[in-house]
Design a protein around this ligand. Structure first.
Ligand SMILES: O=C(O)CCC(=O)C(=O)O
Length: 261
C-alpha cells in the first residue's frame, strides 16, 4: 500500500513555518487504545483516575515514560512516510520506544494567555541544523486554550540564521539571550508587560524577526491529528484553561548522522 507523506503544500508550510498538522494521521482505534493505556499509567503512577476528577491533583503529572511498546501505534503509516520524506528512507533510527506522554490536567489555570517563560529548544541551534524530526500526536481533541503545545512559527529560520551568522552552537539559554538582544519581537515575547493583550500581539498579529514572519501558535485539533515540528522551533508547555485534560504523545526521531544533544 502506498504511504502518503507531506503534500507539496504541507512540505512548503513545514519549511516556511516549521510546523505542520496532519489531520487524522493515526486511526481512531489505535488512538482509543493508547488513551486507555495512558489513563492506566496515570492511575498506576499518580492515582489519577479518568472518572474521578477529585484525583486530578497536579497540572502536569510527570514520569509517564516507560520502556515498552505501548504507544508504538503513533508510528502510523502516514507518520512513517513523513519521517522517510524528511530524513530519507533508511536515514533515521527508530526510537527505542515511541511516545513520551504529555499531560496537562484542567483546573489549574483560570485564564489562558501567551506565556513569557517556558519557551525553549530541546536541541542546540548549530550552523549545520540537526537532522531530527519531532512529532506530536493529539490523543484528545484540543481547542484553543486547551493546553496543546505552544510554538513560535518561523523561529527555526531565525535561529538557523543566527547560528550560521555567529558560527556558534546555540543552546536553548544562549538562543534566548541572543534573540532577546537582537530581535525586539522576541524580547517582547519573553517579557510580561501589564495590560498587554498578548494573544492579539503574538498570535493574531505576529511579527517579523531577522526578515522572517514569526507568530505564536498552539497545537489544536482532533484526536489522531499529528503535528510535525522542525527541531529548531522554539516551543513550550502551555496552560490548559479548558475543562478537559490535554493528552498528547511526542517523539524525537534522529537521522542516522544526527546526534542527540
Ligand atoms: O508539554 C508540552 O506541550 C511541550 C513539552 C516540551 O516542551 C517538549 O517536549 O520539549
Amino acid at each position: 500500500m502506498e504511504r502518503p507523506g507531506l503534500t507539496p503544500e504541507q512540505h512548503a508550510q513545514y519549511e516556511r513555518e516549521g510546523v505542520v498538522r496532519l489531520p487524522g494521521a493515526v486511526p481512531p482505534p489505535a488512538v482509543e487504545a493508547m488513551v486507555a493505556t495512558l489513563w492506566r499509567r496515570l492511575a498506576g503512577r499518580h492515582g489519577i483516575r479518568r472518572d474521578h476528577r477529585e484525583s486530578w491533583h497536579t497540572a502536569n503529572p510527570a514520569q509517564l515514560a516507560a520502556h515498552n511498546d505501548d504507544f508504538a501505534a503513533m508510528a502510523s503509516p502516514q507518520v512513517l512516510a513523513v519521517i522517510d520524506q524528511l530524513l530519507g528512507p533508511g536515514g533515521w533510527k527508530p526510537p527505542p520506544r515511541w511516545g513520551l506522554p504529555l499531560v496537562t490536567l484542567p483546573g489549574f489555570t483560570a485564564r489562558w494567555d501567551v506565556p513569557h517563560k517556558l519557551w525553549h529548544l530541546d536541541l542546540p541551534a548549530a550552523p549545520e541544523p540537526p537532522r531530527v524530526a519531532r512529532v506530536f500526536l493529539l490523543l484528545s481533541p484540543l481547542a484553543a486554550g486547551g493546553g496543546g503545545t505552544g510554538y513560535v512559527a518561523g523561529s527555526h529560520r531565525v535561529l538557523h540564521d543566527l547560528a550560521r551568522e555567529t558560527g556558534r552552537t546555540l543552546k536553548s539559554g544562549d538562543a534566548r539571550k541572543l534573540l532577546t538582544a537582537r530581535e525586539p519581537w522576541f524580547e517582547a515575547l519573553f517579557t510580561r508587560r501589564p495590560g498587554e493583550d498578548r494573544i492579539a500581539r503574538f498570535m493574531q498579529a505576529g511579527g517579523m524577526a531577522g526578515g522572517a514572519p514569526v507568530r505564536v501558535g498552539e497545537m489544536t485539533g482532533e484526536a489522531g491529528d499529528v503535528y510535525v515540528m522542525d527541531p529548531l522551533i522554539l516551543h513550550g508547555t502551555m496552560p490548559n484553561a479548558a475543562a478537559t485534560p490535554r493528552l498528547m504523545l511526542t517523539e524525537w526521531i534522529y537521522g542516522r548522522d544526527g546526534r542527540p544533544a
